[in-house]
Write a protein that binds this ligand. Structure first.
Ligand code: ZN
Length: 276
């Protein structure tokens, strides 16, 4: 198993007591680029085991997937969230993009774009090995690991027109905090049943398990690859469960603290600040 993140733009392994530079432990500078390390995920478990004995350094993780070619978002992928949104269940994964420039680190501030900005905690898939027409049965072998994300959404931009449009409302800079690390699939006791939750300023807002996804992670990888060639480093936000702010009539304001968590993966803490 491994936990891969990004410290000052370089690939780093995350441990409880600090970080180890991946390229240094490997003696291979080409692994310093986090995107290269993701593409070579098959080598990382052995290096992680070796790094366990190395001295650890402190640091603040940046974006664990800094330059993905594609970032997919999946809408309405939990029945509970479709119901609270008064929307019918989609017959196929409802897919939009979050443009990669929206990605942010696990402790980055969220710069609010208005007064209708919402939280959405999600498990995020990081593709390790690309491909086209990937069979559902082979899909997990294409996944480098999983991380946690917030699909922050400006509901006014997203839903202000008919028909709605998702991609821009979810692509403001800072609207995609992810992290704190990409965790290899073998680190999960059950990769198809991962708990995730979200607190806003101390109040529990969302709590679910990925066993309740309508379209499973293997299905999403297979489906998306039937349309687009998937590449190493591509990112899939798998959808959010119920409990978003829009359904509660309580949206984000400056000073709110968004605490997101998931089993095995860890936590994000993002403070909301007023945008320009
Ligand atoms: Zn979402």
């Amino acid at each position: 198993m491994f936990r891969l993140t990004n410290i000052n733009g370089r690939s780093a392994f995350q441990f409880d007591d600090g970080f180890v530079d991946v390229a240094k432990v490997a003696g291979d500078e080409s692994l310093a680029d986090p995107m290269n390390a993701i593409a070579r995920f098959g080598e990382l478990s052995a290096l992680y085991a070796k790094a366990g004995a190395s001295p650890k350094s402190s640091g603040t993780p940046g974006v664990c997937v800094p330059k993905p070619a594609k970032v997919f978002g999946i809408g309405l992928n939990y029945k509970s969230h479709a119901a609270e949104s008064n929307m019918e269940l989609p017959p196929a994964p409802l897919t939009f993009t979050k443009f990669p420039s929206c990605l942010a680190g696990p402790t980055a501030d969220v710069e609010l774009s208005g007064d209708m900005v919402d939280w959405e905690v999600e498990i995020v898939v990081v593709i390790g090995k690309g491909g086209r027409h990937i069979a559902e049965s082979a899909a997990w072998s294409h996944v480098a690991g999983l991380t946690l994300g917030q699909d922050i959404s400006d509901r006014k931009v997203q839903l202000g027109g008919k028909p709605p449009q998702f991609s821009l409302g979810k692509s403001f800079d800072t609207y995609g905090p992810i992290g704190p690390a990409i965790v290899s699939v073998d680190a999960f006791p059950n990769r198809d049943d991962i708990a995730l939750w979200c607190d806003v300023s101390g109040e529990r807002m969302q709590e679910a398990r990925t066993s309740n996804l309508i379209f499973t992670i293997p299905y999403l990888v297979s489906y998306l690859s039937s349309i687009c060639t998937l590449e190493s480093g591509d990112v899939i936000f798998t959808g959010t469960p119920d409990g978003v702010g829009m359904a509660r009539g309580r949206l984000l304001k400056a000073g709110d603290v968004i605490d997101s968590g998931a089993d095995v993966i860890g936590a994000l803490r993002n403070v909301c600040v007023a945008g320009k």
